[in-house]
Design a protein around this ligand. Structure first.
Ligand SMILES: *[C@@H]1O[C@H](CO)[C@@H](O)[C@H](O)[C@H]1NC(C)=O
Ligand SMILES: *[C@@H]1O[C@H](CO)[C@@H](O)[C@H](O)[C@H]1NC(C)=O
Ligand SMILES: *[C@@H]1O[C@H](CO)[C@@H](O)[C@H](O)[C@H]1NC(C)=O
Ligand SMILES: *[C@@H]1O[C@H](CO)[C@@H](O)[C@H](O)[C@H]1NC(C)=O
Ligand SMILES: *[C@@H]1O[C@H](CO)[C@@H](O)[C@H](O)[C@H]1NC(C)=O
Ligand SMILES: *[C@@H]1O[C@H](CO)[C@@H](O)[C@H](O)[C@H]1NC(C)=O
Ligand SMILES: *[C@@H]1O[C@H](CO)[C@@H](O)[C@H](O)[C@H]1NC(C)=O
Length: 339
């Protein structure tokens, strides 16, 4: 479907600088419109509030629908394995997850909102593996660039035929390898035909690579703000397809978008000092992007021109302000479900 550019570009005329008041934070994209049905998380299940690790671990287990309100800081001693049909919502200004991250493995229908996920060691902040219908919204992800690309792993990695995912309004910052979609050559056949992800209205700041880097799948990347995304922001390789539109790039940035298969040495792990070779991906450009002077290397135009769902595009001139204002923690802390 075509974006409703007209409607949203009229909003500033109506609301002026109060535009943010009119922001609609409802679910949009592949986690909503897909063949399996919209992501609803724990909707209809009991609501439990947790403030310690033991209660949190027990609340996220199993397939029973449950809405889990997280209060305070959770310094996890092992990864949190999240079951199907769950909503995790950090209350008020947001809850904090430290040291160990979240795993969604072979599950479906999960919503994660308003969590600050920081300094996660030895693994990703969030791993989504062989899982469908996931909405990652209004979270903050943070570590540090100081110790190179391999001290921390991904912030939100989506692998092994995972599908129908929306990653929206998150603040990803101070981290090297942000978001990898499709992680292994040997899984080409497993992954191909899956890995449909919508990334919209995310704020990336001071990052290294993978904003996102996709292989074998389809990602719709629109209305994101990239600030000082140093080496390579959007990378589409190994026959992956991206539809890239209405994004804004600012600051120090070598490459905003590439479909050239070479995995640059600044990414990691690389087995060769020149980087690792993969075959190229594809990119299509929808409504105009503001590349901010960063490089764009589209070696192959693909056929991913329509997403199959409806979505509102924020006018290019409004993206920077709208994303700064609307992304990250403390914006949805009193959200009580749908409608
Ligand atoms: C944590 O939750 C329990 C049970 O709801 C409550 O009794 C306790 O006061 C809470 N502790 C803090 C520090 O909020
Ligand atoms: C979190 O726990 C780890 C040990 O698992 C500890 O080293 C670290 O200092 C703790 N962080 C905070 C903020 O308490
Ligand atoms: C959530 O609601 C409570 C009670 O109405 C209010 O005090 C608090 O400020 C609200 N928090 C946010 C983030 O809107
Ligand atoms: C993937 O998840 C499904 C459940 O949705 C499960 O039946 C299947 O065994 C899982 N496959 C792998 C390889 O883990
Ligand atoms: C929850 O998830 C499971 C596995 O994905 C699914 O089979 C089941 O129908 C769901 N349960 C409810 C009550 O919605
Ligand atoms: C862009 O892609 C071409 C291959 O089509 C490659 O030769 C060139 O080095 C790439 N440019 C950069 C800056 O990576
Ligand atoms: C889109 O392009 C890919 C890569 O060339 C190709 O495999 C696929 O069949 C094409 N799909 C359609 C619907 O044309």
């Amino acid at each position: 479907m075509r974006p409703s550019i007209l409607v949203l570009s009229l909003l500033p005329l109506l609301f002026g600088h109060a535009l943010s008041l009119a922001q609609n934070f409802d679910l949009v994209g592949y986690a909503k419109d897909n063949p399996l049905g919209p992501t609803t998380g724990g909707l209809g299940g009991e609501i439990v509030t947790v403030n310690d690790t033991k209660s949190l671990k027990s609340a996220v287990k199993g397939d029973t629908p449950r809405i889990i309100h997280l209060s305070g800081t959770f310094n996890l001693t092992s990864r949190l394995q999240i079951g199907s049909n769950k909503t995790l919502l950090g209350l008020g200004p947001g809850a904090e997850i430290l040291t160990n991250g979240l795993t969604l493995k072979s599950v479906s229908n999960v919503i994660i909102r308003n969590l600050g996920i920081r300094f996660i060691l030895s693994n990703d902040a969030i791993t989504i593996q062989n899982s469908t219908r996931v909405w990652i919204d209004h979270n903050e992800f943070e570590s540090s660039l100081a110790d190179g690309p391999d001290k921390y792993d991904g912030q939100c990695d989506i692998v092994r035929a995972s599908d129908w995912i929306t990653v929206s309004w998150n603040y990803f910052h101070d981290h090297w390898k942000s978001s990898l979609v499709g992680n292994k050559d040997s899984l080409r056949d497993v992954d191909t035909g899956h890995l449909h992800v919508t990334y919209h209205h995310n704020h990336w700041r001071n990052a290294g690579t993978r904003g996102p880097a996709g292989r074998f799948g389809h990602q719709h990347v629109y209305n994101n703000l990239y600030e000082d995304f140093r080496y390579q922001a959007i990378h589409s390789r190994s026959d992956n397809q991206v539809l890239v539109e209405g994004n804004v790039f600012r600051g120090q940035m070598r490459e905003a978008l590439s479909t050239y298969g070479l995995v640059i040495p600044d990414d990691s792990p690389n087995t060769s000092p020149e980087g690792d070779w993969e075959i190229d991906g594809f990119a299509n450009l929808g409504v105009e992007n503001d590349w901010g002077g960063a490089g764009v290397n589209v070696t192959q135009t693909g056929n991913f021109t329509e997403t199959g769902y409806g979505y509102g595009i924020t006018a290019l001139g409004e993206v920077e302000g709208v994303v700064r204002e609307g992304a990250g923690l403390g914006k949805v802390g009193n959200w009580t479900g749908f409608g």
